[in-house]
Design a binder for this molecule. Structure first.
Ligand code: ZN
Length: 358
């Protein structure tokens, strides 16, 4: 394919002079839409690189707010974001727009569930995993396979991390055999049971490790979006910075015809009812509580109602305040709340019901 020479003064010139990354590839990136689910450390590393690479539209989904303990590794956020308790998706959007005002960025301060995942996935060209929980990964895996999208899985905890491209939904477009394009469930058939995997809570997390994994995942996504799928690493890639080992396990032949998801096309996670209302948030001494049914809260009215319980303020679209004792409450307009100062779902649920109602 003939390609004109890039303008040496253009923003993406140093990328465009890479072999195979010319003007046409840059135009493909500008027309592409990446969905990043989770704007923690993995998401921050990936979002920064996707934005600088010129991916034209970014949708950033995260339900949480920036806290001071995030700043050790979550590179899009600054101290003021933590002090304000800014929603991560909004703070990340501000940062991306400061990097490149030409990009379109959608910030979604939402909990991804079987209710809304297909809407998000439908609109994008690639999904990047910035998650800290397995269930939502399996939900995204279902949606990617069902709707025919590429999904770049990434995960990190302590000093190690993994990444793999999930191409089961795009085998036709990429012209690769199904047996060489496993989905997440081909490789890991079941979600690890609660308490089985380590979390940032118990194991900590090393900033450079999570940045490397996020960057690796971003690289895979950029190759795909630029039309350079031939450069993809179609392997289960893992790295570990305690003993400084890296490994790649080929995914050739790992696609299983009997896989419930990409084989039988039974999308159990998409079909599941929303599970319990409480989620313990990794590494935050906090629990998220979702409303029992779809809600739209009037935060100003709720602020008045909560005045006897503590000093509540509305900031960045959230109602935030400290309750008596050591609990803090952040309430979102969609009825979700984060109860800080506990990891006990019962205390969180009780606090929610006491303050917001059932
Ligand atoms: Zn599969």
């Amino acid at each position: 394919m003939s390609d004109s020479l890039p303008d040496p003064q253009s923003r993406h010139h140093r990328q465009m002079i890479l072999p195979g990354f010319g003007v046409a590839a840059q135009a493909r990136l500008a027309g592409a839409h990446a969905l990043v689910v989770g704007c923690g450390a993995l998401g921050c590393a990936a979002i920064d690189l996707l934005a600088r690479a010129g991916v034209g539209t970014l949708t950033l989904v995260d339900r949480d707010v920036v806290e001071v303990t995030n700043l050790q590794r979550q590179s899009l956020y600054v101290d003021a974001d933590a002090r304000a308790g800014a929603p991560k998706a909004e703070a990340a959007k501000r940062r991306v727009q400061a990097i490149d005002p030409a990009l379109r960025v959608h910030a979604c301060v939402e909990h991804l569930s079987s209710d809304n995942v297909e809407e998000f996935v439908n609109d994008c060209d690639v999904i990047i995993d910035g998650l800290d929980n397995y269930r939502t990964r399996y939900l995204l895996n279902d949606a990617a396979v069902k709707l025919g999208k590429a999904f770049v899985h990434a995960g990190a905890v302590a000093m190690r991390g993994t990444s793999m491209p999930i191409l089961a939904g795009v085998v036709g477009a990429l012209g690769i055999p199904r047996s060489d394009a496993p989905c997440l469930r081909c490789v890991f058939p079941e979600v690890p049971a609660p308490g089985e995997g380590e979390t940032c809570d118990t194991a900590g997390v090393f900033g450079p490790a999570v940045a490397m994994v996020g960057a690796y995942a971003a690289g895979q996504a950029i190759k795909l979006l630029a039309g350079r799928a031939d450069l993809l690493d179609v392997s289960f890639w893992s790295m570990e910075l305690e003993t400084n080992r890296m490994s790649r396990m080929s995914l050739a032949g790992a696609g299983r015809a009997e896989c419930p998801c990409c084989g039988a096309r039974q999308f159990e996670f998409l079909d599941a009812e929303i599970d319990g209302r409480c989620t313990v948030l990794c590494g935050r001494n906090a629990v998220q509580v979702r409303p029992a049914s779809v809600a739209h809260l009037d935060l100003a009215r709720l602020q008045l109602r909560l005045a006897p319980l503590g000093n509540f303020v509305i900031t960045d679209g959230l109602l935030v305040g400290a309750l008596q004792g050591s609990l803090e409450l952040s309430v979102f307009p969609d009825g979700r709340a984060i109860v800080r100062g506990t990891t006990d779902p019962v205390i969180a649920q009780t606090t929610y019901d006491r303050c917001i109602g059932q």
